[in-house]
Structures are given as C-alpha cells and as structure tokens.
Design a protein around this ligand. Structure first.
Ligand code: FNR
Length: 338
C-alpha cells in the first residue's frame, strides 16, 4: 500500500523523507548546567534518525539562561553553544533525518535560581514564584535573544526553526489574557497580546530564510482563556509574516484540567489548517501508523508529531510501516534483519 505517512514533504525548499516528526521533548540532561550538548543528546537524537524519523525537533532550547525551565535545559544563549549543536546536527543528518530546533523561553515557569520574568506579575500556581513584570527593555532584550538564537541555530546547520509559543511559557503568557494583564501596547487587545510574538517572528525572519514553525497551545481550557478560534486568527497573522507551519498543541497556560484521549488535539490542527489555510502539525497521543494515516488522508494535518511513543520505540517509523504494510528501507547496516 502507498501511505501518505511515508511520502515526502517539501516545505520552503526542505524535503522531509516522510511525515513523521519527533516532537520536541526536554531531556534535562545538561549535567554542568551550562546548556551544552552532552553524550546523552547525541545518542538519543541520533537513535531516532537511525529509526527513520523524517524530521527531528530538538527539545526546548533556552535563548537566555533566565529562560530555562530547569538548570539542565539545553541552551543557545551563547556562541559557545554552537559547536555542540553542530555536532548534534551532523549526527542526525548522517542518518538521513532533517533537523529542527525549538527556541524557547520559560517565562514564569522557569525554575532556575534568581529573578524570573513574565508579562505580568502572576505566579502559575501556589508552588511557583511570582515573576517580575517585564519592562520595555526586558521585552527588547528577549526579542533580540530569540534572534541571536536563530542566528546560532543557522550556524549550527539546522534545517528548520520552531518558536515555542505554547504550554504557558513566555510567548504564550503574552498571548493569553489569563496571564497578560499589561496596560501598554503588549497587553489588552488580541492584537496587542500578539505583538511580542509578532516582533519575535520578524526578528527571526531577519536572520533566517528557512522553514519556520511555531508551536501553539490552541486552547487554554478556561472560560476566559483563548480558544482555537482565537488561534485561527493568530495563525492568519503568522502566515502573513512568513511562518510555514503551526505545530498545534494545547493547554498548560493555567493549571486547568482537560481530557486526554487518542488524538486529543487533532481537531485543533484541523481547524487551524482549514481556517487559516496554513500547514499544520498534529500532536498528542498519536501512537499508531493507522491513526497517523487517517489524519493525513483526511487532510486534518500535514505532519505527524510523535512524542512519548518515540521514547518507548526509537524505531517507531518501522513499527508504523509494518502496521500500514509499507516496506521501509532499512539503514544499510540493518538491511538483513530489519
Ligand atoms: C514534552 N513536550 C514538550 N513540548 C514542547 O513543545 N517542548 C518540549 O521541550 C517538550 N518537552 C517534553 C518532554 C517530555 C519528556 C514529554 C513527554 C513531553 C510535549 C511533547 O512534545 C508532546 O507535545 C506531548 O508529549 C504530546 O505528544 P505525545 O507524547 O502524546 O505523542
């Protein structure tokens, strides 16, 4: 059988060999608290390239030390990070994967020592610290840090950049009215809350002409929060600014509960794809080849992001190919026993 899951996909001149994307997942494995690539990262990511993943998105990588979720996050805040990332990229590429990096700032969810920052001084919950309200200078510096991160990602050789605007981290905190209570031009109206992301996209685009993805949380799961319809409008703006694909996740802006079931976020990817006429990635409890094929064939998303199932099974593309009756080419070393 021909499977769309195993068909190539070209986006802004970069061709992925299939539609399988390894979703960004923090490894918290920088043991020296310096944000540098360790052996763990090299083995972990290269294994998924050997496993025939089409695109690997390297985990949330901090654009400033203050923007780390934990002191063990990967970092891209200094030129000293470039060589480790370069090596990581070449290992993944050597095994046929295309490579992306997720540029991130944790905002009020940072758990590092010292001051943490956010659009408004509101803690995530009673266990987290109250962040400092960002000044204009903080905003400008952070936008600059995303641009510097993008320049370094380019130097490291990544094919694609993804901006992390989901899961209640800094950019998401600006977008949502639940976390952004600012009175200036960065808060209030939908347009004002979008301004920070808009300026980051423009700043990244000044130094990056490759494919650009943005990960969003398409629902705050809160009566006063953002819904997928708000994100259809934001996605239209992003498309106009040269964003190529929206990676559609949800939640974690505030500690709201929501139901998780197979494909629980696919309906958001589908709505944004059709509502804003932009490519989308579907993610969230997609675990079988058949499930992935259904999403692609019904034109609900363009790429399939796999998270935890790729932790359990680094050769998941092979597993999915078997389910779909597709003959997947093996790495030459494994061709007798694949
Ligand atoms: C994640 N997730 C995540 N998301 C993100 O945008 N950046 C990140 O760095 C991380 N880190 C991370 C670490 C670990 C260990 C897990 C399990 C998850 C979320 C992840 O990319 C994915 O969206 C969710 O796990 C849902 O997809 P699955 O796992 O059901 O396929």
């Amino acid at each position: 059988m021909e499977a769309v899951l195993f068909s190539p996909y070209t986006i802004r001149g970069v061709t992925l060999k299939n539609r399988i994307v390894m979703s960004p997942m923090c490894m918290y494995s920088c043991h020296h608290e310096d944000g540098k690539v360790e052996n763990w990262h090299k083995i972990h990511y290269a294994s998924r390239a050997v496993g025939q993943v089409g695109l690997i998105v390297v985990e949330a990588t901090a654009v400033t030390p203050q923007g780390r979720i934990s002191s063990r996050d990967l970092g891209i805040w200094s030129n000293e990070h470039i060589s480790g990332l370069q090596e990581l990229v070449s290992l993944m590429k050597e095994h046929g994967a295309k490579t992306a990096i997720q540029l991130a700032h944790a905002g009020r969810k940072a758990t590092i020592d010292g001051e943490i920052i956010a659009p408004s001084p509101i803690a995530f919950d009673e266990n987290m610290r109250v962040p400092k309200e960002m000044t204009r200078a903080d905003i400008e510096e952070t936008i600059q840090a995303f641009q510097n991160g993008a320049r370094r990602a380019k130097e490291a050789g990544f094919d694609i950049i993804e901006i992390h605007a989901a899961h209640g981290y800094l950019i998401n905190e600006f977008l949502s009215p639940l976390t952004n209570k600012r009175q200036d031009e960065y808060g209030g109206s939908a347009e004002n809350r979008y301004r920070f992301l808009s300026e980051i996209i423009d700043a990244v685009r000044e130094v990056w002409d490759g494919p650009l993805f943005v990960r969003i949380s398409a629902s705050d799961y809160h009566p006063e929060g953002l819904t997928v319809e708000d994100y259809v409008e934001y996605a239209k703006r992003m498309k106009a600014q040269g964003v190529d694909l929206i990676d559609v996740s949800s939640g974690a802006v505030v500690p709201a509960k929501f139901d998780v079931y197979p494909g629980y976020q696919v309906r958001f990817a589908e709505r944004i794809r059709h509502g804003a006429d932009i490519a989308t990635g579907a993610v969230g409890l997609i675990t079988s080849g058949l499930q992935a094929e259904e999403i692609l064939r019904n034109e609900r998303a363009d790429l399939i992001f796999i998270g935890r199932e790729l932790l359990r099974d680094p050769y998941w593309p092979r597993t999915a190919a078997k389910q779909l009756g597709v003959a997947l080419e093996a790495p030459v070393q494994y061709s007798r026993g694949w």
